[in-house]
Design a protein around this ligand. Sequence first.
Ligand code: MRU
Length: 354
Amino acid sequence: MQNPVTVIQSVRLDDQNDTLVLLDQTVLPNETNFLELKEMEDIWDAIYQLKVRGAPAIGIAAAYGAYLGTKKSTAETYEALFEDFKKVKDYLATSRPTAVNLFWALNRMEDRFKQETGKSAAEVKAALKEESEAIRAEDEKICEAIGENALSLLEPGWGLLTHCNAGTIATAKYGTALAPIYLGQEKGYDFKVYADETRPLLQGARLTAWELQQAGVNVTLICDNMASIVMKEGRIQAVLVGCDRVAANGDAANKIGTSGVAILAKHYNIPFYVCAPLSTVDLECKTGDDIHIELRPSEEITSKWYEQSMAPNGVQTYNPAFDVTDHSLITGIVTENGIAYAPYSESLPKMFKK
Ligand code: MRU
């Protein structure tokens, strides 16, 4: 039977109508609403507001945005079109800082533009469209390969814990950390998945629990502070998380709270796997200290999901959207080209050569 979740296209180009079509991830699980965006400001805002979110999906949306923004240009020469492209690219690049896929996808679009040197504006636009569609299509295959590689680490019947949402809607298809769960389900693995709710934006509760439930996977939602007890009770045999940027030494930035889960997993001797496409691996970034951690508004902690504020008016808050899991806590980094193990400074570059 077709999995009803992995067929959802959370990011899509409607080229005929010059529109980026996005599944609005801020209104799930209560509404399934697709946004149709034409203006660059709206695409920027959709990324910033997490209407489209998850590192690979952000990259795909940005690539489509770069194409649509350039398509609008009336420039007639290659050079003038490049100037317009650069404005769009630089603007979209300011939407979120941590997921390297945003910059990776925009740079790939720029590289493609440069390969078309001297061509007409129409030819360059066609090439940009092709490149953005290729980025989406490749992500689907990459996620499937990550799923297969990660599945080789798991056994039927295992209890798995995941944090945030690294599922099908965060990518072109399948997800990264959820990919082995979907592939395992097709093979009758019967996993029992525990989803951390993931304060403050509740991606685990709103998105992962929704995705897995829709797909018929056995999923149990827990608050973030319950990860320790489910591990202690022996319910978890492996932790699988996604990632926004992996540094050259294997330090991995992912949704806030991930490093705490990794510390708990180490304490309880549970393997902790990071699942990420190579587009998330940033070898230019030496260690996690070089990763820019996004800070987000206070309301996300105090009032966003509540009828009334849940904190005193004007209280100081600190709201980092990501944290860095030290490489020493990571059992393996699962990519589309295989599984990297410590020392990561040696194993990660080899993944690119396969
Ligand atoms: O702020 P978000 O919701 O974009 O954060 C997303 C995550 O941290 C995901 O785990 C990561 O991007 C991987 S998605 C395959």
